[in-house]
Design a protein around this ligand. Structure first.
Ligand code: THU
Length: 133
């Protein structure tokens, strides 16, 4: 599965966004090493802090199905906003622990796209290495 195909999966996942408060829809798709796809969408809540972002939904789905850092190959994140949705700070911290630092992260809003990774998105990481000695 190539970058464009994974982005298309993320756009399909975006249709499942539950965003009655922000009306901002985000979709994510994870590709595993055995070619499975896990979708995620943003799921909001009236208690706003309980909202789950799309990329966290996708990575938690992959982990819940037994996949780990070494078996997660790529992540696509898309939105319907005017500019590319780069992961929020909480998602960067979560991704820093749950995916490989150099794993490709594809971003698109249907107009612009770019490829990055978590090492680039989150420099000077605080990680499990700091806590587990
Ligand atoms: N959102 C995501 O799903 N991913 C991000 O990285 C940025 C923010 C969602 C959360 C909320 O439902 C909406 O976008 C507006 O913040």
């Amino acid at each position: 599965m190539n970058k464009q195909e994974l982005l298309e999966e993320a756009f399909k996942a975006m249709k499942n966004a539950y965003a009655p408060y922000s009306n901002y829809h985000v979709g994510a798709a994870i590709l595993t090493s055995d070619n499975k796809i896990f979708w995620g969408a943003n799921i909001e809540n009236a208690s706003f802090g309980a909202t789950n972002c799309a990329e966290r939904s996708a990575v938690f789905a992959a982990y819940s199905n037994g996949y780990r850092k070494d078996t997660i190959e790529a992540l696509a994140i898309v939105s319907d906003g005017p500019r590319i949705a780069a992961p929020c700070g909480i998602c960067r911290q979560v991704l820093c622990e749950l995916v490989k630092g150099d794993m490709p992260i594809y971003l698109s809003n249907g107009k612009e796209e770019c490829t990055t990774n978590i090492n680039e998105l989150l420099p000077m990481q605080f990680s499990e290495e700091d806590v587990i000695q």
